[in-house]
Design a protein around this ligand. Structure first.
Ligand SMILES: C[S@@+](CC[C@H](N)C(=O)[O-])C[C@H]1O[C@@H](n2cnc3c(N)ncnc32)[C@H](O)[C@@H]1O
Ligand code: SF4
Ligand code: SF4
Length: 393
């Protein structure tokens, strides 16, 4: 075990979870902060990368950047242009050789890739920690067994509410398959005496589920999984336009639209606060571990109604993480700035290329892009980001 891992585990055992998150952030920051200050846009090789392995999906969730009700057409699904199995394995070779520690597979629906298990298994054999985000519709018994056997570390299954609410948000009848999938995995883990994958039910708080959040507490408890609620990510057209103007020298290509409709965004602040309090009370009574992002009415209001308000004023993520789309394009994060393509150059050559440096420099200079305001990365857990001074060039 590396010194860093030993240190992290030691701290984890001693401190309450909020403190653990701050400490983890501090350790990560100590690695990248010198380059943030003096690196002129360069950064040490990332420890984690998110791979959108396909943009194809079985669902059409109303709030989704790819398939939401606010979109004119569906996302770019071009299956033929997706990286092949071999191409992904070479990407993993490159990432691993330069020190990557963890990969998150998301999309779209990652399990639509028939080779996902092969790719995960390959990453696991290299010692990487692997996390998958899924809607869970394709989690059949065979796939679930395999996931446990190959040692997937974390699985996040999106559940937006009880069956009717969930299926209405997802615009697809996927609730039962997702829950059954979780049950398969838990049974298989028990059979194999395995602790992993750790499973999280991930909920996105929006108007359609604002009165049903507490109904997930007994469900998560019965399934023996962690429960996490997240705020909605959205932008308005005005912030998008300003963002393009700010970084217009980079190629904008990402087929995402975060302009979630008001009818899905505009939660009732009073109802939601009451609901979240009920979640906490019920979770406490059951001993159910849960993450709830808001404790105050004013925070909910600012998050859902003030387009310019952001929890933090600056972001460090592009100094220690990156994102690759199904076609090999590399982006610093959710921002629509393409920095290269792994078909044309290996990731390690893209990570600190001129475009990436330009992106980091402009982010450092202005703190956040206008479209960043509601990014899920900006959470109170990263409040160290705001405390550290932004000096250097
Ligand atoms: C984009 S999905 C990709 C993985 C998979 N398709 C799924 O739904 O779990 C990742 C997570 O983002 C959530 N999500 C979708 N639209 C969102 C939005 N506008 N704001 C915040 N989270 C969103 C999904 O519910 C899911 O939990
Ligand atoms: S399942 Fe995920 S990717 Fe598919 S539409 Fe829903 S949120 Fe979007
Ligand atoms: S806050 Fe902005 S720069 Fe930071 S990760 Fe989110 S979208 Fe990217």
């Amino acid at each position: 075990m590396t010194l860093e891992k030993t240190l992290k585990n030691g701290i984890k055992g001693m401190l309450p979870s909020r403190m653990v998150n701050y400490s983890r952030d501090l350790i990560d920051l100590s690695r990248i902060y010198p380059s943030y200050i003096w690196g002129k846009g360069k950064a040490p090789f990332p420890k984690s990368v998110t791979i959108d392995i396909t943009f194809r999906c079985t669902c059409r969730c109303v709030m989704c950047a790819l398939y939401g009700e606010h979109r004119d057409g569906w996302s770019n699904q071009e299956k033929d242009k997706e990286l092949s199995t071999d191409e992904w394995l070479r990407v993993i070779d490159d990432l691993h050789a330069y020190g990557l520690q963890s990969i998150c597979f998301t999309g779209g629906e990652p399990f639509l890739r028939k080779d996902l298990l092969t790719i995960i298994e390959y990453a696991k054999r290299k010692g990487l920690s692997v996390n998958v985000l899924t809607a869970g519709a394709l989690l059949n018994r065979e796939i679930c067994s395999h996931l446990v056997e190959i040692g997937l570390d974390d699985l996040s299954v999106s559940i937006d509410g009880p069956i009717n609410i969930h299926n209405a948000i997802r615009r697809s009848k996927v609730f039962e398959a997702a829950i059954e999938g979780i049950r398969h995995i838990q049974r298989k883990k028990e059979l194999c005496g395995s602790q992993v994958p750790n499973i999280t039910i991930a909920n996105t708080i929006q108007k359609m589920n604002q009165e049903h959040l507490h109904e997930l507490v007994p469900l998560a408890h019965e399934l023996g999984v962690y429960l996490s609620y997240s705020p909605l990510f959205f932008t308005n057209n005005c912030s998008k336009k300003r963002e393009q103007e700010l970084d217009n020298a980079c190629t904008a290509a990402k087929d995402e639209n975060q302009g979630v409709l008001d009818s899905h965004r505009c939660v009732d602040v009073n109802i939601l606060l009451k609901e979240l309090n009920q979640v906490k009370t019920e979770a406490e009574a059951l001993g159910q571990p849960v993450y709830v992002p808001f404790t105050r009415k004013s925070d909910i209001y600012l998050r859902y109604y003030d387009f310019n308000h952001s929890v933090l004023k600056k972001c460090f993520l592009p100094w220690y993480a990156s994102r690759i789309d199904p076609f090999g394009n590399v982006y610093p994060c959710s921002v629509n700035v393409k920095c290269g393509n792994v078909r044309q150059a290996p990731f390690h050559k893209i990570w600190n290329n001129a475009k990436y440096q330009k992106f980091r420099n402009s982010l450092k200079k202005i703190g956040l892009f206008p479209g960043c305001a509601k990014c899920c990365v900006l959470s109170p857990e990263h409040k160290m980001w705001d405390i550290l001074p932004c000096i250097g060039n």
